[in-house]
Write a protein that binds this ligand. Structure first.
Ligand SMILES: [Zn+2]
Length: 451
């Protein structure tokens, strides 16, 4: 009799211990609101916002992203904090501008250990964490794996074959295994980054009828030669290169649609907070270069998609035109789950905007990743932009053509003072230089970041 009664007693004890463990390790706020939901951050590297139907494009490249946008809040003016991968993702992960988070490929520096990153914060609040990503500038070499239990980067070197669809498969498996637990997934792909090598099914007549000298796969080497005028390129060649990029946008849109359908199929869509964004855009001749980024701070490199689907249809269909920034993503996610923001964050939650409250527009600072003590920078609001010493009227001159620094000294000086104040108050505290292994060097070369 005594032995028979021990079973239920032990079971009850295990249940009590398990419940206590849950209460201790998972804060009540998260356990209450996110027991069966996921935070899914999808970064499609190098995706210009103006290619998306939900951002006004008439090209019809993105039916799946547009469908997702209708379930979501769409931020029409989202500004990245850098025109390159590591510096910009560092800002998404830390809510800090590049000079503050310190992550830099040019300086061979990882993200500063002084500040927590998104996955660490969420992990501390009970979220399981995993990332399936394209590697390269965001490989673990630069500290982007911090806080992730799983950080799986593409490492085969052939970036023509780096597809979102391939990154999605293990990500979906992981999410399925995490059912019933708060979970954070970071999914990333270089699919629309050069080399541009779209599959035939995504090519249109502009590509099929092209009879010029460029091959069907245009890589960093060709693009660098064109941009440095070592290789002549006609307007037709340039249009062809852009058509290849657009075809890759079609391809990634299809993969994103399949990812969303799979989430719906496993019952993980409705309850999940899903963010679709990019780290920077791509230039197609607005300021001379084609198929390139990281070299300027003009808007074609800084305007990125930011589309957030909240659980249970909250804020579906909202369109926000006020300027927001990549550094606002982390505070927004944290506020949604009642997790306090870190006092060092430079971004703010934009949930208030979605609730219809007025929120003063934050200045967007963006910086180039170069090996210099002071990073070249731009600062922007909806009306004006100071871009590396040139002043642009963003209402009447959104293409940033006419430098008004001399005509409007009062605005120039005010923006310059604001920029200096933000940058000087947020200097990084000196990051250790990292050693980049041979494999990583080859990846960075393929992506065009090393000569
Ligand atoms: Zn990138």
């Amino acid at each position: 009799m005594v032995l028979k009664r021990k079973g239920p007693l032990i079971s009850a004890a295990i249940l009590i211990v398990a419940a206590l463990w849950w209460m201790v390790t998972v804060p009540a706020s998260v356990a209450r609101t996110c027991r069966d939901c996921a935070i899914i951050l999808v970064s499609i590297d190098t995706l210009r916002s103006d290619r998306l139907g939900s951002y006004g494009s008439a090209l019809e490249l993105t039916p799946n992203i547009d469908r997702f946008s209708r379930d979501s809040a769409v931020f029409r003016t989202a500004i990245a904090q850098a025109p390159s991968t590591a510096a910009s993702h560092g800002s998404i992960f830390t809510s800090l501008i590049p000079s503050a988070h310190g992550g830099s490929v040019s300086k061979k520096a990882p993200l500063s250990q002084a500040h927590p990153v998104m996955a660490e914060i969420l992990s501390e609040h009970g979220f399981r964490t995993a990332s399936y990503n394209g590697g390269g500038q965001i490989s673990s070499t630069f500290g982007f794996n911090r806080g992730f239990e799983i950080y799986e980067s593409y490492s085969e070197g052939d970036y023509e074959k780096e597809y979102l669809a391939d990154r999605s498969k293990p990500a979906l498996k992981w999410l399925e295994a995490m059912t019933g637990r708060p979970s954070f997934l970071f999914l990333h792909s270089y699919e629309v980054h050069h080399p541009y090598a779209p599959a035939e099914e995504f090519c249109d007549d502009a590509i099929r009828s092209y009879a010029g000298p460029l091959p069907r796969s245009v890589d960093a080497k060709i693009l660098r030669a064109i941009n440095k005028t070592r290789m002549p390129a006609t307007d037709g060649d340039r249009a062809y290169v852009e058509a290849l990029y657009n075809a890759e946008v079609r391809s990634v849109d299809k993969a994103f649609g399949e990812f969303i359908d799979a989430l719906k199929g496993m019952g993980r869509y409705e309850n999940s907070l899903i963010i679709l964004t990019s780290d920077h855009g791509e230039e197609f001749g607005e300021h001379k270069a084609i198929g390139w980024h990281s070299h300027t701070l003009y808007d074609e490199l800084l305007k990125v998609p930011l589309i957030i689907k909240f659980p249970e249809g909250q804020f579906a269909g909202k369109v926000v035109t006020q300027q927001v920034r990549s550094i606002d993503i982390l505070p927004t996610v944290l506020e949604h789950f009642h997790i306090p923001s870190n006092k060092h964050f430079q971004g703010v939650s934009v949930l208030g905007l979605l609730r219809g409250e007025s929120l003063s527009e934050g200045f967007a600072v963006s910086q180039k990743d170069v090996d210099r003590p002071t990073l070249p920078a731009a600062i922007r609001n909806s009306d004006w932009k100071l871009n590396m010493g040139r002043l642009y009227d963003m209402v009447n001159d959104p293409g940033e053509r006419r430098n008004l620094a001399k005509q409007r000294p009062e605005i120039f000086n005010a923006f310059k003072a604001m920029l200096d104040s933000i940058v000087s108050s947020s200097a990084s505290d000196g990051n250790e230089e990292v050693q980049i292994d041979e494999g990583a060097v080859e990846q960075l070369r393929t992506l065009g970041y090393l000569d």
